[in-house]
Design a protein around this ligand. Structure first.
Ligand SMILES: Cc1cc2nc3c(=O)[nH]c(=O)nc-3n(C[C@H](O)[C@H](O)[C@H](O)COP(=O)(O)O)c2cc1C
Length: 446
């Protein structure tokens, strides 16, 4: 009798809005104050947790771009991620809390301390999306603009930063705090390790002021797409968040990243790839399309076209998507090519492409019914184009409600999604082992 192959299951992240662009606040059924309403985020998190999503994912950038103010984005006034996630952690039990912090806007000690604190507060659910920030970044830390455009320099900083954060998390061995009331000995000094780094970028001479996080190292996510970004993510990340518009492109990203993980001596299943997808559900295709239209109509078309990051020159917006175009400024050529092939595959005009893509923060829009959406997600999983999805809800919490009430039960029925959390920590739910403390490991080896 042939052995039955275990059905591979999807991992799901709920993209919790904060750091990026949306015009959904103009929708008559959406409360325009939600971007700064902690109860709204808690309700969103609890709903995603009830449906057994692996994690929340919070995109972010520290600077306020005046261009975003001019576009009237909802997210120009919003919470700092760790503060928000600490509030959510106290009101949830299982769901992961992955937030974004850039290596050009922060110092490693601050990130390590916040991340370790969030991991303790949430009992092992914290994750950090390590970004290098595209383009000029902020002036917060006096990092030169030159460096923020230079991929090799950006990822040299990212590697150094991440290595320091991980080593700082290991400052305390698991049994470093004795807390012996009789002898008065609180800590075993031999088990607390100052880190010494002086690599031209960072100078560190102290241990972190907090015990090792429950996950050892909180989950590390990454979202870079340059060759340096892929090498960094493949060798160093636990979770990759990426944007692809076709199964073919997804398969290529999947192969590249898993190969980079294997080349770094890792098991490919210890690198979980999540692809962004912006879902609009309806009981019929017609209703779903109407809901899409209600949202796209809220976007000034100029802002939607500008968001594609593509320069169409003198082309008419109602022309078919052109074969030749320029990419604007710092935007990514890979992303432009993906959008172009999505537009051509679906025979869209420039206007239709801009409208569809405006709602997904740069991710593939998926507009359909329970069956068609579940078929699509299943096809990507089975084609090895992804391990799961970062699900963006253009209709915000109403969209999440649709997704959890209609699509999740269908995915469960197909054996593609869990009915219970497998473990207690985010690492356990993602199937990624807890790393050993470098100092305990050295002792065993010597
Ligand atoms: C799907 C996706 C999501 C991203 N989210 C963020 C974000 O929230 N904040 C940010 O500063 N950069 C974000 N980025 C930018 C990257 O993480 C990365 O720092 C940037 O693209 C430069 O790296 P690269 O040249 O390797 O692409 C995102 C990129 C992708 C592909």
């Amino acid at each position: 009798m042939g052995e039955t192959k275990k059905q591979k299951q999807l991992h799901l992240a709920g993209f919790i809005f904060s750091g990026r662009a949306t015009q959904a606040w103009r929708h008559p059924e959406i409360d325009a104050h939600q971007s700064l309403d902690v109860d709204y985020y808690i309700e969103y998190a609890q709903l995603a947790e009830k449906a057994k999503f692996d994690t929340l994912f919070l995109a972010d950038g520290a600077s306020l771009h005046l261009e975003d103010v001019e576009k009237h984005y909802w997210s120009i006034s919003t919470f700092e991620p760790v503060t928000l996630f600490s509030a959510i952690a106290a009101r949830t039990k299982h769901i992961g809390l992955v937030y974004t912090a850039s290596v050009t806007d922060n110092e490693p000690t601050h990130v390590a301390r916040q991340l370790a604190s969030l991991d303790h507060i949430s009992h092992g659910r914290a994750g950090w999306n390590v970004v290098t920030t595209p383009g000029p970044g902020t002036d917060n830390l006096g990092i030169s603009k030159q460096e923020t455009f230079d991929s090799a320099a950006k990822y040299k900083r990212a590697r150094s930063f991440l290595n320091i954060v991980r080593a700082l998390c290991d400052s305390f061995e698991e049994d470093a705090l004795v807390r012996d009331k009789k002898t008065g000995i609180y800590a075993d000094l031999s088990k607390i390790h100052p880190l010494h780094v002086d690599d031209g970028l960072y100078k560190i001479d102290s241990p972190l002021r907090i015990e090792r996080p429950p996950q050892g190292h909180p989950v590390i996510a990454q979202a870079g797409t340059s060759p340096e970004g892929v090498a960094f993510g493949g060798s160093s990340a636990d979770l990759i968040y990426c944007a692809n518009y076709s199964i073919k492109d997804g398969q290529e990203t999947f192969r590249k990243l898993k190969a980079a993980a294997v080349a770094a001596g890792r098991k490919p299943e210890h690198l979980v790839i999540l692809t962004g997808v912006a879902v609009i559900w309806g009981p019929t295709q017609e209703v779903a399309e109407r809901r899409l239209k209600e949202l796209t109509e809220l976007w000034p078309i100029e802002a939607a076209v500008q968001n594609l990051g593509i320069d169409f020159g003198a082309a008419n917006l109602d022309d078919p998507f052109p074969d030749h175009y320029d990419i604007g400024g710092i935007r990514s050529s890979g992303r432009a090519a993906a959008i172009a092939s999505f537009a051509r595959d679906n025979k869209l005009t420039i206007r239709q492409t801009a409208e569809r893509c405006s709602i997904g923060l740069g991710h593939r829009p998926l507009v359909g019914t329970t069956q068609s959406i579940a078929d699509d997600l299943q096809a990507w999983l089975e084609a090895e184009a992804t391990d799961g999805f970062a699900v963006i809800q253009p209709r915000l919490i109403d969209g999440l409600r649709d997704f959890t009430e209609h699509i999740v039960p269908e995915l469960v029925r197909r054996g593609l999604f869990r009915t219970e959390y497998e473990g207690k920590t985010l690492r356990e739910n993602l199937g990624i082992p807890k790393p050993e403390n470098i100092y305990s490991r050295k002792k065993v080896a010597s």
